[in-house]
Design a binder for this molecule. Structure first.
Ligand SMILES: NC(=O)c1ccc[n+]([C@@H]2O[C@H](COP(=O)([O-])OP(=O)(O)OC[C@H]3O[C@@H](n4cnc5c(N)ncnc54)[C@H](OP(=O)(O)O)[C@@H]3O)[C@@H](O)[C@H]2O)c1
Length: 281
């Protein structure tokens, strides 16, 4: 049994933390909105610092880099509470720059691993996420039994590599959905019936994506799993990371622009596939 702290109990974090609780670990939690923390039925800390001070392994699962800064950096933040030998497991999608910033603030007596996740709410609930782990071998070895409760870890490299791998994975998500939208818009413009278009797409590289999205497109309903505002955040993180690396990615910038327009149009709380509504008009 391990003493575990979990900070960030949104759609993903609440499901993942529930799995750690159900394994019988000694769990303490903190969330900005306290009611969500209370729903888990485990002790709720008064601050991220207090939660960290009560644990050997500290998880964070937060919206974005700003949220990560808010719970790690100030006097009540996690960094100030980390115990000797503690491991901080950062699982949000925040990009390598946020991990580098956090890494600079870590005390020498604790370790940081960046382990963002691929998969959505059903996979989080079932413990079937794909986990991209960045960091040193020794803390990862310690964390592995807990990570395996959440999914399948893949050690992709040193510090920051997990965050980088996650941006690569999500670049494919936002790029593919934008390409599907533009392809359908082209077909609409050329007067092809939808039925025919789906037959055509079924023999192209977009076959799997078109088949997966067809029911939502036909129903015009996109219930949230991975919200559009989070996907927009990721598309922005891809551009920031690419710019820092001296790479120009215009196709992914266009996908980002579609997501930005969809968010401005009020679709931020829907699933990210609702960008199709924006593109198709
Ligand atoms: N949903 C998915 O399918 C999915 C899949 C893979 C990865 N991800 C990534 O996983 C992370 C979490 O996603 P999610 O779907 O769980 O998001 P979510 O439901 O929006 O939860 C976000 C969490 O961040 C907290 N938060 C936001 N701003 C904060 C701030 N300024 N200070 C402190 N806490 C703050 C929220 O607290 P409150 O409860 O107080 O708002 C909540 O606990 C994101 O980075 C996302 O991109 C999501």
């Amino acid at each position: 049994m391990t003493e575990v702290a979990w900070i960030g109990l949104g759609a993903m974090g609440s499901r993942m933390a529930a799995r750690i609780r159900d394994e019988g670990h000694e769990l303490v939690v903190w969330n900005r909105t306290r009611e969500k923390a209370e729903e888990l039925g485990v002790p709720v800390a008064a601050s991220p610092r207090e939660a960290a001070a009560r644990a050997e392994i500290v998880f964070t699962m937060l919206a974005d880099p700003e949220a990560l800064r808010a719970v790690t950096e100030d006097g009540d933040g996690i960094v100030a509470g980390l115990r000797e030998g503690a491991v901080l497991l950062e699982m949000s999608t925040v990009g390598p720059q946020a991990i580098a910033r956090l890494s600079e603030r870590m005390p020498s007596h604790a370790s940081l691993l960046d382990v963002p996740v691929l998969g959505s709410l059903p996979e989080a609930e079932a413990g079937e996420l794909r986990l991209f782990a960045g960091g040193e071998d020794a803390p990862l070895e310690r964390a592995l039994p807990l990570l395996r409760v959440l999914g399948e870890p893949l050690h992709v490299g040193g510090p920051g590599s997990g965050a980088a791998a996650k941006l690569v994975a999500n670049a494919t998500l936002v790029g593919t959905i934008a390409l599907l939208g533009e392809t359908l818009a082209l077909a609409d413009g050329l007067g092809l019936p939808r039925e025919t278009v789906f037959d055509v797409l079924s023999v192209t590289p977009l076959a799997a994506q078109a088949e997966r999205r067809r029911p939502a497109i036909e129903a015009g309903e996109y219930p949230p799993r991975f919200t559009l505002s989070l996907a927009h955040k990721d598309a922005e993180l891809v551009q920031e990371a690419a710019a820092a690396a001296g790479r120009d990615l215009p196709a992914l910038a266009a996908a980002r622009d579609h997501l930005a327009a969809a968010e401005r149009a009020g679709l931020g709380a829907e699933d990210y596939a609702a960008v199709l509504k924006q593109i198709l008009g």
